[in-house]
Design a protein around this ligand. Structure first.
Ligand SMILES: Nc1ncnc2c1ncn2[C@@H]1O[C@H](COP(=O)(O)OP(=O)(O)O)[C@@H](O)[C@H]1O
Ligand SMILES: [Mg+2]
Length: 310
């Protein structure tokens, strides 16, 4: 479909949203040694929001975990046998294992055989080399397992930007370890996730999210301004059926939808995106910007990717 056939309301992004060069490779990894802090939720939903922010930016998602959530979220049909991350990485390039997926996001089928995958990850630079040998530019988002083992270290070394989710004190302490392993600690940014603005450390004590925020500031770590709320709606989207549903498509009007939109813009900037040269379509004038952006981003998405329409 060409731009000319799209509706008049079509525009992918706010006027000043930054964008990335299409031909350069950029890698974003989501890493925490702690499980359940929202790594996979952030990696997968951010991929969809970033795709919607910039339709010309190719986005590839892969996971070094064996949970296959990426596969369930993006797989249109079952993955062709043998074409998975382990097979591609062993070959030294991923061209033959990349699949076109839901929401216009490409993905690489995960492997259940992490031992085989680790065999390709002897050098910390192995994943970056594999991605650079693969004939594509754009953004690669790497979801990782809740450890700091060899595969995660490869993701850390491959990344131009690392999102380190912090949901509680334990995950905050894990960031220290991550920073000590990072070849470029300045590329690591903390993202507060699962934020519940009512939870207090003790009945009359400070809010947990505020305490974590202050501790992150005290340690001088780089952080995202936006925080991702704990959202019952999002929990439902992830657990309602075998296929997790998208925040962009199915959580409109919620705080978490607006937060992912802001996270996508912040991530673009963290990856070194400059301001877009010119708007592709004028922003809606009569409506509040946030509401208009949200609705039209989705309208555009449905027009562009029929497969994901409901
Ligand atoms: N913002 C959120 N609000 C509510 N539940 C969330 C949120 N983010 C993640 N979850 C839920 O928390 C659990 C762990 O999330 P997940 O993304 O799988 O974490 P990780 O990959 O770090 O183990 C899942 O059940 C998921 O549905
Ligand atoms: Mg996970």
């Amino acid at each position: 479909m060409t731009a000319a056939t799209r509706t008049g309301r079509w525009y992918p992004i706010a006027v000043s949203s930054p964008s990335l060069a299409r031909d350069a490779l950029r890698v974003l990894a989501v890493i925490s040694n702690k499980g359940g802090v929202g790594k996979t939720t952030v990696a997968t939903n951010l991929a969809i929001f970033l795709r919607a922010l910039d339709e010309d930016l190719p986005i590839l998602v892969l996971s070094t975990d064996d949970q296959r959530i990426v596969d369930r979220m993006f797989g249109v049909a079952g993955a062709p046998p043998g074409r998975n991350l382990a097979a591609g990485w062993a070959q030294g390039r991923l061209d033959e294992v990349i699949q076109p997926g839901q929401y216009g996001v490409d993905w690489v089928p995960s492997t259940g055989d992490l031992a085989a995958l680790r065999g390709s990850a002897e050098s910390p630079s192995a994943l970056r080399e594999c991605l650079e040998a693969t004939a594509r530019g754009g953004l690669v988002i790497v979801d990782t397992k809740s450890d700091l083992e060899r595969l995660t270290v490869c993701a850390l070394h491959a990344a131009d930007c690392v999102i380190a989710p912090v949901a509680d004190h334990a995950s905050l302490l894990e960031v220290e370890k991550l920073l000590s392993l990072a070849p470029h600690p300045g590329r690591v940014r903390v993202l507060q996730t699962l934020v519940d603005r009512r939870t207090r450390i003790s009945p009359s004590g400070p809010l947990l999210a505020r305490a974590l925020h202050d501790e992150i500031a005290r340690r001088g770590w780089r952080r995202f301004d936006v925080e991702i709320s704990r959202s019952p709606r999002l929990e439902l989207l992830n657990s309602e059926s075998d296929r997790p549903r998208s925040v962009l498509h199915d959580a409109r009007g919620t705080a978490v939808h607006r937060e992912f939109r802001r996270l996508a813009a912040e991530t673009m900037r963290a990856l070194g995106a400059g301001e877009a040269a010119a708007p592709r379509r004028p922003a809606p004038e009569a409506r509040g910007a946030a509401e208009g952006e949200e609705r039209d981003l989705l309208t555009w998405f449905r027009t562009r990717y029929d497969a994901s329409s409901r």
